[in-house]
Write a protein that binds this ligand. Structure first.
Ligand SMILES: [Ca+2]
Ligand SMILES: [Ca+2]
Ligand SMILES: [Ca+2]
Length: 181
């Protein structure tokens, strides 16, 4: 029977060196791994917060029922009270921190997130072109941006068509990862 050969000293040293190097590589990666986990948690939270506003805006009419409707809030509506918002463009310029529900109740689990909404009219024949508020078009673009620590975490964009339909899924337009710690 052949005798098992023991490790030589050089082999032992090599093994220790390799293990040490591997450990050092893992240790060097740790901050990055933690930061990636934080980032994906951050993005998931921000997408959820943006989605809530997108879904709320889905429920209001394309245009105010008033005879003389204006772009943005109509004169009888208050920008401090989202329960007043009753058409898509009323949300243009809306911002909150912490995020609030339609009745103004804050969600204190997400106080570090800032949401803002931009509503613009786009050319119905070229959906990438923004046109003046007074120009005729059957398409409004709604964009919800969620920021944290002065950086954009996510930006969701949907198109809303006259008559009530909107583009299928919100487009996750930007997903900016945080700077290295
Ligand atoms: Ca109204
Ligand atoms: Ca309006
Ligand atoms: Ca309105």
């Amino acid at each position: 029977m052949k005798r098992q050969r023991g490790f030589t000293l050089v082999e032992m040293l090599l093994a220790i060196l390799i293990a040490g190097t591997g450990m050092a590589a893992v240790m060097a990666l740790m901050p990055q791994l933690i930061s990636t986990a934080e980032t994906s948690h951050d993005i998931a939270a921000a997408v959820g917060l943006a989605q809530l506003l997108i879904e709320e805006i889905d429920l209001v009419p394309w245009e105010d029922p008033a005879d003389n409707c204006t772009y943005g809030l109509e004169p009888d509506e208050n920008d401090a009270n989202r329960a007043d918002f009753d058409d898509v463009d009323d949300y243009d310029g809306y911002t909150d921190q912490p995020p609030r529900d339609r009745n103004g109740n804050p969600d204190n689990n997400y106080t570090e997130y800032i949401r803002s909404v931009e509503v613009v009219k786009v050319d119905q024949d070229d959906l990438t072109t923004i046109i003046a508020e007074g120009d005729p078009s059957d398409v409004k673009r709604i964009r919800v941006t969620v920021k944290r620590d002065n950086r954009i975490v996510v930006r969701l964009t949907v198109l809303r068509f006259f008559g009530g339909n909107r583009s299928d899924a919100p487009l996750l337009e930007e997903k900016i990862t945080p700077a290295a710690p």
